[in-house]
Write a protein of this length. Structure first.
Length: 110
């Protein structure tokens, strides 16, 4: 879950490093369903409650379970949001892809 906090705080680095203005970064987050959900997850992890209305439109819920498959055992975090359940690893991949898209739209590639 620390991934979500760190991934969300990329926004601060973008502003501090003068890659984009705060308004531009905040707009990109608000315009993206993936990054809006990321913001809510990060703020829930950090503060335990949302002090403002959820950016994603609904407060997400996370639950833990264990999974055993052919690759072994792992802890699974399920993200329940807007009637769907999402796997944390798959959502993390979405977040990485979405930040890459946003960075490309800002003219930043690495």
């Amino acid at each position: 879950m620390e991934f979500f906090v760190s991934a969300y705080h990329l926004r601060d680095a973008l502003v501090k490093d003068h890659v984009a203005g705060r308004d531009q970064v905040e707009r990109a987050i608000s315009d993206s369903p993936t990054l809006s959900l990321l913001a809510d997850l990060a703020n829930l992890e950090k503060h335990r409650i949302l002090e403002r209305p959820p950016r994603s439109g609904e407060i997400p819920r996370m639950s833990l379970s264990d999974v055993a498959d052919k690759s072994g055992w792992r802890l699974r975090v399920v993200i329940a949001h807007k009637g769907q359940e999402r796997d944390d690893v798959e959502f993390a991949r979405e977040v990485i892809g979405e930040w890459a898209r946003v960075l490309n739209s800002l003219g930043q590639t690495d």
